[in-house]
Design a protein around this ligand. Structure first.
Ligand SMILES: [Zn+2]
Length: 291
């Protein structure tokens, strides 16, 4: 085959390919990564719906905001660690020119095998003294305000990176007993981090909280947009300020042992629309091809 003929065929192939895809009207798909959904897992949801102008969803009482990504629509969502196992209704609607496409699905939520552990902390963190209750209430209100004001577009780009170099412990979802009572669920991942270890932003976003809190100690919360936040706790020193734009790898502060802790470490958490998700699983999602 001659050179010009190959070039001509390549031209025909590439100029026809997009048209072939665009003609697949009525061929909508919804895909999940990971494909097996378990309680506490973040999920990348991708919707193909030809001609859609916008896509929105709702799952377990939480609104899902999709954004356009090449020829599809994408959302980072997930299932809360305390969600009941079994069938769940996922509502997705693709809005097209004058017509809505109903893409509802029944999604099976599978049991996650989290551990049970015991932990001893200072008594004031199990039953806070009366004088601390006002402070705790104010902090709770502040966090609620912060979580309600997520950016209306995704602020993250590509893969999320681990906040510290050390490997995370297998601690997310652990049912913990504090001093023999008050069972709680550990809604983040603990990373080994000797006092003073630099902690980095896992992806780009805006610092929406950077201050000491009663339980969290010195805490930094980053808004990644569309209801997605990462939280880093127990810092000995905070190096960012509220309102600051950060990118992946920027230093947020130094690890420490402030707040409800037994020793220096980094508690790193992932929150999406009020659902607490395993941040370590977010690190395994391949997002480099998104956006
Ligand atoms: Zn922790």
């Amino acid at each position: 085959m001659t050179g010009p003929r190959i070039l001509f065929l390549l031209f025909v192939f590439f100029s026809c390919a997009p048209r072939a895809l665009a003609t697949e009207v009525g061929h909508e798909t919804v895909s999940f990564t990971p494909s097996v959904v378990i309680a506490g897992s973040p999920e990348l949801i991708r919707v193909y719906a030809a001609g859609a102008k916008s896509v929105e969803g709702e799952w377990l009482g939480r609104k899902i905001y999709f954004f356009a990504d090449h020829d599809s629509w994408v959302a980072l969502a997930g299932v809360d660690v305390e969600a009941a196992v079994g069938a769940s209704e996922l509502h997705i609607v693709a809005h097209g020119d004058g017509k809505d496409i109903d893409l509802r699905r029944t999604i099976e939520i599978h049991l996650a095998h989290y551990r049970t552990g015991a932990l001893s902390v200072a008594p004031q963190f199990v039953e806070p003294p009366p004088e601390a209750l006002t402070e705790i209430k104010e902090e709770s209100d502040l966090k609620a305000k912060v979580y309600a004001a997520s950016a209306p577009q995704p602020l993250w780009h590509g893969n999320f990176r681990a906040p510290v170099a050390s490997a995370p412990t297998d601690s997310f979802g652990t049912r913990r007993m504090f001093n023999g009572k008050l069972a709680s669920i550990h809604k983040g991942a603990d990373f080994h981090a000797p006092m003073g270890t630099p902690v980095h932003a896992s992806n780009s976003g805006v610092v929406v909280l950077a201050r000491p809190l009663y339980y969290e100690g010195n805490c930094v919360i980053i808004d990644h947009g569309l209801g997605l936040f990462t939280l880093s706790m127990h810092f000995s020193r905070i190096d960012v300020h509220e309102g600051q734009h950060v990118k992946a790898g920027d230093r947020l502060g130094l690890s420490g042992a402030t707040g409800r802790v037994t020793g220096p470490h980094l508690h790193w958490a992932l929150r999406w629309q009020g659902a607490m998700l395993d941040p370590v699983k977010l690190l395994r999602l391949n997002l480099d091809s998104v956006r």
